[in-house]
Design a protein around this ligand. Structure first.
Ligand code: CXF
Length: 364
């Protein structure tokens, strides 16, 4: 079928809206008519010079939409179903079987190369040029996307479909980290570094969990204001001096039980660890750093640093949970979203890079 898609042809090129020919869904594949697709900083990996992400490529890994057709062997999904598209995983390894699909050893191969494991491109231009469309098992900056039975999650039809895509990655990562991976509980304290979509989802989740001290740290005052509205009890501008000391002071001198870094800035990660009480846990989800520097004496006293991927969530259960929390008014993730038509994708990218908007969602 003919689809429209935002194609990235080179790391430093703007996106171009193109008409592509998309294959019918094959075994295990699901054709989704996209209602909206969130833009996440991981999509910017397509802009890293080199061969990490094959080009030309359709990016986008926070799609939502309606199932149009399913391939052979797909069960549990029917045309007309409302769905959120999340990350792909193999489903058969020990990690997937023990409810940690984000840590599937095939995570990178299935999601971040944009090429199906069989190597056969599913989309071509009118000239027969292959365009890669398996970014996170979806490539949803498009009118239609081919997902897989593993990453297409059915959701209730009475939620705002065009806004649900970010639940498949960024919002899931922030909320899952707090509620599942770190296991924040009532009365706990947490400091969240970076009040973008992932950090703000973590703030909302900390409030859901009943944390009584929720410190948000960011460089943008507008994001700190939003963090306050979403549940942060204390706000710190990261440009100020001695952030760790200020956080310890907020907690009566001892430090927070949990800290959570979304920035991947090495100095910020060091601060996040230095903000912990002696048995505290620092969760890391940021992408892009090569190395972090850890203070051995801080770790020696019992602090833990924990890498987290996709919030350690199982999308098929956690996405419906987030929607139910939203319905109850306890998890207003829609406050993070600014919508753009798909053909304004370059503006959306500029606005999220500058910090003007938190979570662009592109509407085809
Ligand atoms: C990604 C982060 C980088 C590792 C794979 C999962 N999550 C969201 O974009």
């Amino acid at each position: 079928m003919q689809i429209n898609a935002a194609v990235l042809r080179a790391a430093d090129a703007p996106y171009t809206i193109e008409s592509l020919d998309l294959a019918d869904p094959g075994p295990g594949e699901v054709l989704v008519k996209i209602a909206g697709a969130g833009m996440c900083h991981t999509d910017m990996l397509g802009r890293v010079p080199g061969d990490l992400v094959a080009k030309p490529v359709v990016l986008g890994h926070e799609g939502s939409g309606v199932v149009e057709a399913v391939g052979a062997g797909v069960t549990g999904l029917t045309p007309g179903d409302h769905v959120v598209m999340s990350f792909d995983s193999c489903g058969t390894c020990d990690t997937c079987r023990t409810a940690r699909p984000g840590a599937c050893p095939q995570m990178m191969a299935l999601n971040m190369l944009a090429v199906p494991l069989d190597g056969v491109p599913r989309a071509t231009t009118g000239d027969g040029e292959a365009v890669h469309t398996r970014w996170f098992g979806q490539s949803s900056f498009a009118s239609h996307a081919l997902g897989t039975v593993r990453n297409v999650v059915p959701v209730t039809a009475d939620a705002p479909l065009e806004q649900l895509g970010p639940l498949g990655c960024g919002v899931q990562t922030g909320a899952g980290s707090v509620l599942i991976s770190l296991g924040v509980r009532a009365g706990d304290s947490i400091a969240v570094f970076g009040a973008g979509a992932v950090g703000l989802a973590a703030v909302m989740a900390a409030r859901v969990a009943g944390a009584t001290t929720i410190v948000a740290v960011d460089l943008h005052e507008s994001r700190l204001d939003l963090a306050r509205e979403l549940g942060a009890t204390h706000l710190l501008n990261g440009a100020d001096d001695d952030i760790a000391g200020q956080i310890r002071a907020i907690c009566g001198g001892e430090g927070v039980r949990y800290s959570f870094d979304t920035t991947a800035v090495p100095e910020v990660v060091s601060t996040a660890v230095a903000s912990l009480c002696t048995t505290g846990v620092c969760g890391l989800v940021g992408v892009g750093a090569a190395e972090y520097r850890l203070d051995a004496n801080l770790l020696l006293m019992g602090r833990t640093v924990k890498g987290i991927i996709e919030g350690d969530a199982v999308p098929h259960t956690f996405i419906p949970t987030m929607i139910e929390l939203w319905r109850q008014g306890r998890f207003p993730f829609d406050r993070l979203i600014t919508t753009y038509p798909l053909d304004q994708i370059n503006q959306a990218e500029a606005d999220t890079t500058s910090g003007k908007v938190v979570k662009p969602v592109l509407i085809p």
